[in-house]
Design a protein around this ligand. Structure first.
Ligand SMILES: Nc1ncnc2c1ncn2[C@@H]1O[C@H](COP(=O)(O)OP(=O)(O)OP(=O)(O)O)[C@@H](O)[C@H]1O
Ligand SMILES: [Mg+2]
Length: 510
């Protein structure tokens, strides 16, 4: 008989009216990589939180390595050898990587140098053993996202975890970093560790998982060996309907120029030029994709175009009108929409409910506001309808957005931005964290905007997505556009080489 590392039986977890886990049975074998899949809001993170002691179940039981266990706190979970790699890393930015890893150890602040040296050797040994490269002496704020994630992993290992939970670990990683993470996971498996991972990227699942379980609407609906299934079958199991094969969208019919950028120079937070002398155009009815590894100016590009960051040089013509440094308000009035990279920081107001978030940019207009008052009844009806059209699922209309599942937060944001019927949409990682069904509807929405003659700038690290939707693709490297390719010539290998700075294509005449 195979040994089970984790066995959940009849688990029920409710949040008010919402049944997040509805009599869930879930078995994970010792030493396997088990992928937990499901639509946005299916209840995956809830399962992870129950196992790591963040929440307590309303009913049901959990056995760890065959022993019935009560997990009432993260400390209890740790004692049972369960460690969680958090998606929003819980590290102290001003402490070094090493200090973060040993943080909370008894008497740690008072120990001397000899002790610290011993700890360094011990942690170094763990890193060495699993091939985890981390600059242990650097403060965490100076580390890349991938490195910070490795710190989180080493932290769980240092504390003796042998069951490691990873909730959407790759949604914040570049493709290269994700590959490195999978390599680490395979090495962890070779030493007998058990891992549970959630992700929406089915290719990743097929690449790394031994077994797969699928949840739908709070229920566990299937468990299988990875060898028994494929990405298409999984997609259908998750959303309960057939998912169309993704194939490149038909090109749009480009019209007049909507946006013309020239000589764009923008500083980063650190004060150096994040973008230098960038020039491009976007026409009506066109999706222009920006490919590139994060940190090559994408964030600054999106912010400068939407008024969140100042320009040091250059000009921005929006339908013929000078708009560089015009400010957020004026850009919104002129029809610029924005799906930001960090939806909780600059997209949604976490403490507000569905309707208020939908009105966030337009509450001052006559539609929502009349005779000095918000038109509450009309606004609620409007908000409900809009949420329904975009398939935003929520517990109660008024519950704070931060309690919604990640994918539903993203859909809420999209509903608001697309409903404005923008002239220009700046979309950054628009399908990050979305399930396959929702990602497909977002793609349809962006194509719909294009067909309604908007111009779309699509910034994404998902090269498949960029190639699928874009009429033209340019590659950003080191703050410059190093190549531009029309749809017909945009192939993955070539763009991949440009993204790594290995090939410098002639910038095609526009
Ligand atoms: N703290 C909370 N308070 C209220 N409702 C919650 C809370 N956490 C989760 N929920 C609700 O429980 C349900 C399941 O959420 P969960 O986060 O487990 O989904 P998920 O499968 O992880 O989704 P996603 O893929 O979008 O991350 C959702 O309807 C969500 O809104
Ligand atoms: Mg989740």
């Amino acid at each position: 008989m195979t040994k089970l590392a984790v066995q959940m039986t009849g688990i029920v977890k409710k949040f008010g009216e919402v049944v997040a886990n509805d009599h869930v049975d879930f078995a994970v074998r010792a030493g396997e990589i088990h992928a937990l899949l499901g639509e946005n809001g299916a209840g995956k993170s809830t399962v992870m939180s129950l196992l790591s002691g963040l929440y307590r179940a309303d009913a049901g039981g959990i056995a760890v390595h065959g022993t019935s266990s009560s997990i009432a706190s993260p400390k209890d979970a740790m004692k049972l050898g369960i460690g969680m790699v958090h998606q929003n890393f819980r590290l102290v930015p001003t402490l070094t990587a090493l200090e973060n890893i040993i943080l909370g150890e008894r008497g740690e602040p008072w120990r001397g140098n000899a002790w610290k040296k011993r700890k360094l050797a011990q942690v170094d040994g763990i890193c060495e053993r699993y091939g985890l490269r981390i600059p242990l002496g650097q403060p965490v704020w100076a580390l890349s996202v991938g490195e910070q994630q490795r710190v989180e992993i080493v932290k769980t290992l240092y504390r003796g975890a042998d069951i490691i939970l990873l909730d959407e670990p790759t949604s914040v990683l570049t493709p290269g970093e994700a590959e490195a993470l999978f390599q680490t996971m395979r090495e962890l498996k070779d030493t007998g560790k058990t891992m549970i991972i959630t992700t929406h990227k089915l290719k990743e699942v097929m690449a790394v998982a031994d077994r797969i379980s699928v949840m739908r609407k709070g229920r566990m609906i299937a468990s299988m060996d990875a060898g028994e299934t494929d990405a298409r079958n999984l997609a259908e199991l998750m959303v309960g309907r057939e998912i169309r094969e993704r194939e490149a969208a038909e090109s749009g019919h480009a019209g007049e120029t909507i946006l013309e950028v020239s000589g764009m120079t923008v500083r980063s937070d650190h004060g150096h030029d994040a973008l230098a002398n960038v020039a491009f155009r976007i026409r009506e009815g066109e999706i222009v994709g920006v490919a590139g590894v994060a940190g090559n100016g994408q964030k600054e590009l999106a912010e400068a175009l939407t008024g969140l960051r100042g320009w040091t040089k250059g000009s921005m013509l929006l339908q013929g009108e000078r708009m560089e440094n015009a400010g957020v308000r004026r850009l919104i009035d002129r029809g610029v929409a924005h799906i930001p990279e960090d939806r909780m920081k600059s997209g949604l107001a976490g403490s507000l409910g569905v309707v208020d978030n939908l009105m966030l940019k337009t509450y001052r207009t006559g539609k929502h506001f009349r005779f000095g008052l918000l038109r509450n009844r009309a606004n609620v009806a409007w908000g409900k309808g809009l949420a329904e059209r975009f398939d935003v699922r929520y517990a109660e209309l008024g519950s704070p957005a931060r309690q919604m599942s990640g994918g539903n937060q993203q859909k809420l944001l999209l509903a608001r931005e697309i409903d404005q019927q923008p002239k220009l949409m700046v979309a950054v990682h628009p399908t990050q964290g979305l399930d396959v069904g929702a990602a497909e509807s977002v793609h349809q929405m962006l194509l719909g905007l294009r067909d309604a003659s908007a111009g779309v700038l699509l910034i994404s690290e998902d090269l498949d997505e960029v190639l699928l939707l874009s009429d033209r693709v340019f590659v950003l490297y080191g703050g410059r556009i190093i190549g531009e390719l029309p749809k017909a010539e945009a192939d993955k290998e070539r763009i991949g080489r440009m993204m790594a700075g290995l090939e410098d294509a002639e910038v095609a005449a526009q």
